[in-house]
Design a protein around this ligand. Structure first.
Ligand code: SF4
Length: 268
């Protein structure tokens, strides 16, 4: 739902930028289309999962019409609240005049990797360049990894024509929904932040390559790192096929037993 919401907020800003008419009465329909579109895409994935697991996916319970109606209602409410929040209100009221929208699908080359690290929105206030993402999840406090992930947006920005090359000129921001209202997380960027973000990306990539190697050619999912808390699994899209999805506690026991038997095999 948050993805559909982000989509219509971007549509609203695009319509304003192009001088197109925005029909408020079409809002619920636009949000519904986006949600149903996402569910439709999810449906084909569910079919593959169900063929593989031989049972009905638990994610199916999230597709009922009543649930979609409720999601549309919530999204409309949050949309109107977003229009009253900074920086969207300031853009629509003409107080922010230099601003740009970007697609998250844009790729940035970092060594051999193609990364999706662009922001949704960029704007200037005086000397400062703001880079912002609309958060897809409701986050109250960002973990260190998410915080650094945000600073990677500056690496993207520095490679764009017309945006500052100096990291110190950037303010990095997230607009997120929490406690019934939109809030802004923001932090001024430094050279150190960008360096740390790039280091984190490199170490993530290294971990992914190692994991891929560990999983082997058959991509044995029994060896993937599992979530720390079962609450994380509740809304995970891999719940049906991941060993942690059914019972995280037993999956962890099973994994350590497998690890032990693999290790003991090496010493035979
Ligand atoms: S279901 Fe598996 S992949 Fe998803 S959060 Fe739980 S442990 Fe991680």
């Amino acid at each position: 739902m948050q993805r559909a919401l982000r989509g219509v907020i971007i549509d609203r800003l695009t319509a304003y930028h192009r001088g197109n008419l925005w029909k408020e009465e079409d809002l619920a329909g636009k949000i519904r289309n986006r949600i149903i579109g996402a569910l439709f895409r999810q449906k084909s994935v569910l079919e593959v999962i169900e063929t593989r697991t031989g049972k009905t996916s638990e994610l199916r319970s999230q597709i009922s019409t009543r649930r979609v109606d409720r999601l549309v209602e919530i999204a409309c409410y949050r949309f109107h609240a977003a229009l009253q929040s900074h920086p969207i209100k300031d853009i629509l009221d003409g107080r922010i005049t230099r601003w740009y929208l970007f697609s998250r699908l844009e790729k940035t080359k970092l060594q051999n990797y193609d990364l999706h690290i662009s922001p949704d929105l960029v704007w200037f206030s005086g000397f400062t360049c703001h880079v912002l993402r609309f958060a897809v999840q409701d986050v109250a406090r960002l973990g260190e990894d998410k915080r650094l992930e945000n600073f990677a947006m500056v690496e993207w920005a520095r490679n764009q024509i017309g945006l500052p090359a100096n990291p110190e000129r950037y303010m990095v921001e997230n607009l997120y929904w929490n406690g019934g209202k939109w809030k802004i997380w923001k932090e001024k960027c430094t050279h150190r932040h960008v360096e740390d973000a790039i280091q984190m990306i490199y170490s993530d990539m290294k971990a992914m390559r190692e994991l891929h190697y560990k999983l082997g050619l058959s991509c044995d999912l029994s060896q993937i790192p599992l979530a720390k808390n079962k609450l994380t699994c509740r809304n995970c899209g891999h719940r049906d096929t991941c060993p942690g999805g059914e019972n995280l506690y037993f999956a962890k026991l099973e994994q350590s037993a497998l690890e032990m038997s693999k290790a003991s095999g090496k010493f035979r």
